[in-house]
Design a protein around this ligand. Structure first.
Ligand SMILES: [Zn+2]
Length: 264
């Protein structure tokens, strides 16, 4: 049709289309002389954070180019691995379980359960973090400098997606799973009064979060945590079946008498 524009998507992005358009990966849109290529791609349901290269009638273009009546816009998926922003990651409120897993692997991960969309965008910009979310409208906000749409409904699948997308360097057991702060070794005598007697007898090496003061040790569930880390770090294999282990493991790894975390 002369008065329309067609957006073509690769298989990896077709889940973003209306069900009726997914098979062909093709979304026809009305032609609007004021709309840029970027606007049209977003109108098809695809945040630009998920887009690699754009072609307009066969020619490479930027998102600011203007389509012509009857144009075809071809979209490619963002290349993996993608470079992450300098400041680390900021997770949307619904991604708390993913946040714990990322922190367990030592990724700089900011998360809280009560930020609204405007606050998330402002923090991502101010702290130079990549905003990870499953809300594509949030990714379409113009003030957002860097973001990614997290695939998967299970936290383990989400973790796989984030690791494959950014291939970030991992440093397991170096961060607080509760707040994301950095752990530093602490002498046993400095924290002895905060430990259960059994823990005090059984362990000698402790570390402490520089932000919230939580004390960690390689405790009862360490083997489970180690297994999770081995699975992820070695070959990035599937994490199926490790969900419970992670949650139990990370909760019990931070057993501190006077600071109970309601989320653990
Ligand atoms: Zn902490």
């Amino acid at each position: 049709m002369a008065d329309s524009v067609v957006v073509l998507l690769p298989p990896g992005l077709r889940f973003l289309l209306l069900p009726r358009d997914r098979g062909e990966g093709r979304r026809p849109l009305g032609f609007d002389p004021d709309a840029t290529v970027g606007h049209l791609v977003q109108a098809a349901g695809v945040p630009l954070t998920e887009v690699g290269r754009l072609r307009l009638d066969g020619d490479p273009v930027e998102g600011t180019a203007r389509a012509r009546s009857g144009s075809t816009i071809e979209v490619s998926e963002v290349a993996r691995p993608q470079r992450a922003a300098a400041g680390g990651f900021l997770l949307d409120v619904g991604l708390g379980a993913l946040a714990r897993r990322m922190r367990l692997l030592g990724l700089d991960t900011s998360w809280s359960n009560d930020a609204d969309d405007t606050e998330l965008v402002a923090r991502a910009a101010a702290e130079e973090r990549v905003l990870l979310t499953q809300d594509r409208q949030l990714l379409m906000r113009r003030a957002l400098p860097a973001g990614a749409l997290v695939r998967g409904s299970r936290p383990d699948d989400q973790l796989d997606d984030v690791l494959s997308r950014f291939a970030p360097p991992l440093a397991p057991l170096t961060r607080c799973t509760a707040c994301g702060g950095v752990l530093a070794p602490v002498p046993k005598e400095d924290v002895a009064d905060r430990l259960e007697p059994g823990t005090r007898r059984a362990y000698d090496d402790f570390s402490q979060c520089d932000a919230c003061g939580r004390v960690y040790w390689h405790g009862a569930h360490a083997r489970r945590i180690d297994r999770l880390i081995t699975t992820v770090v070695g070959g990035r294999a599937t994490l199926s079946g490790t969900t419970e282990h992670t949650q139990q493991g990370s909760a019990s790894a931070l057993r501190v008498r006077d600071t109970a975390d309601p989320r653990t």
